[in-house]
Ligand binder design. Structure first.
Ligand code: SF4
Length: 470
């Protein structure tokens, strides 16, 4: 078992038994569920909207080469710069070198999962810069020195009391749990950062090919401040964020808002196409877009799993997942947690180390049902499991056990005899009072649960008795 898998199991056992954590998550998820249901009901046909989004992303991903080049041309025509980063190192180096060469001392960031993916902030800090996350949730987890808990709501695991204590300790905040007062504390610090930073870094929810613009959605207005006040704006994004046309946003924006937070539309929707031009009152002097590949091209080359690149990072699959709800975001130990993270991470960081995530699923299909771009997530988890087995990453004893299982299941007589033996063995173990000991094959299950009763007879014999047929 890989180190990442062992750590996952350790954290999962700890978090699923942490009742305070579960209470906070259940409360926040209930709020989300209600808002999401309300949001869907505002559409005359929610499924038709999802289908439309799926079509848009299918077209974009299957013509990625053409649309990305079109986007690059348009940005350059307006005086912007586009850098193609094949991996994390290249992306980090480009931004750090740029910041150093322009004498940047302070950087403000709006929410961007790609910057987390490539570990940009530590690299900037190592180069001597001060970095401020400006999305409130991101700022909170930055103060706690933690990664985001959720791709849309990074501080979902915290209650107001914990945030009050954090602000008291780090920002000399007041002794209150009142949300507006807590927000005011963060605002005081962040406003100073916005107006003194030389560089603003954002992500991009979409890259619009025909307009040559990036589209950013935020609820706090921090995206606009990050991208318009500092003299340099760097937008960092995965290559899969491309969409063909400006008019596609008419569907994608409300669908993203509904799936992400249950809102009809996110509060601030911004389109940015280049640096400030002559005669314009605001905007940056320099505009750079960093297009990050980092394993995405390999995924693109796989026709079976290419559609994973359709993801618009709404977070709905995380909210729907019973495993995520139980173990929480930090347990995954990955930038992208939940079902989409479990599908994506083995591609980005290696099947060997992260194949265990494919098993962090009940395969209930809830993630697939809610995905606004209709990614068949639970089947992709199965594909990853199959690929791991084909790659021979599973231990020999597991393969042997499944061979034995198959041999038993392929013959009714064998199944009957071996099933009977297993029930007898369990009765003996429990009769001798060894239930809970290492001899008990059910031990991993019963450690945290009431023991399952051992059935007195097999399903087949009960069926025969009730129905009189074999
Ligand atoms: S896979 Fe679908 S539901 Fe999950 S984050 Fe991406 S778009 Fe949203």
């Amino acid at each position: 078992m890989s180190a990442a898998a062992q750590e996952f199991l350790r954290r999962a056992a700890e978090k699923s038994a942490d009742l305070t954590h579960r209470k906070i998550i259940r409360f926040n998820m209930d709020q989300y569920d209600a808002a999401f249901a309300r949001g869907q009901s505002r559409f005359s046909d929610w499924d038709a909207a999802r289908e439309q989004c799926q079509r848009i992303k299918w077209e974009a991903i299957n013509h990625l080469d053409r649309y990305l080049v079109e986007f690059e041309q348009r940005v350059k025509e307006r005086g912007g710069h586009v850098f193609w980063a094949e991996n994390s190192e290249e992306a980090r180096k480009y931004v750090v070198d740029l910041a150093v060469s322009r004498g940047v001392k302070k950087v403000v960031k709006s929410k961007s999962m790609v910057t987390e993916e490539i570990h940009l902030s530590p690299a900037l800090e190592k180069a001597g810069m001060e970095v401020f996350e400006t999305d409130l949730g991101e700022y909170i987890v930055q103060l706690r020195n933690e990664p985001p808990y959720h791709i849309v709501t990074p501080a979902m695991h915290l209650n107001r009391g914990q945030i009050r204590d954090l602000f008291k300790e780090k920002l000399d905040g007041p002794d209150t749990e009142d949300p507006p007062e807590l927000v005011a504390v963060a605002r005081r610090t962040l406003r100073k950062a916005f107006f003194s930073a030389e560089m603003g870094i954002s992500g991009a929810n979409f890259l619009v090919a025909d307009a040559g613009m990036i589209a950013i959605t935020t609820n706090e207005g921090n995206g606009r401040l990050c991208t318009s006040v500092p003299r340099i704006h760097v937008a960092m994004t995965g290559i899969e964020k491309i969409i063909p046309r400006l008019q596609d946003l008419a569907t994608l924006w409300p669908v993203l808002a509904t799936s992400g937070t249950g809102q009809p539309i996110t509060c601030y929707n911004t389109l940015i196409g280049g640096p400030r031009r002559d005669g314009e009152a605001d905007g940056p002097e320099e505009f750079h877009v960093v297009l990050v590949d980092n394993g995405r091209s390999e995924l693109l080359a796989d026709p079976e799993q290419r559609e994973v690149l359709h993801c618009i990072r709404c977070g709905a699959c995380l909210n729907a997942c019973p495993v995520f709800r139980s173990v929480g975001g930090h347990t995954y130990g990955t930038i992208y947690p939940g079902p989409i993270g479990s599908v994506l991470t083995p591609h980005l960081r290696g099947l060997d180390e992260f194949q265990h995530l494919s098993y962090a699923s009940s395969l209930c299909g809830g993630c697939t049902d809610v995905c606004p771009v209709r990614i068949d997530l639970h089947h992709h988890l199965l594909h990853n499991r199959r690929n791991a087995i084909r790659a021979g990453t599973h231990p020999g004893r597991e393969r042997l056990a499944f061979r034995f299982w198959r041999w038993m299941m392929m013959d009714a007589g064998r199944f009957r005899v071996l099933g009977g033996l297993a029930r007898t063995a369990l009765r003996v173990i429990h009769g001798l009072g060894l239930g809970g000991s290492v001899l008990d094959p059910m031990r991993p299950w019963t450690e945290r649960r009431a023991p399952m009763p051992i059935p007195p007879a097999s399903f087949r014999s009960l069926w025969r008795k009730t129905n009189g047929v074999r």
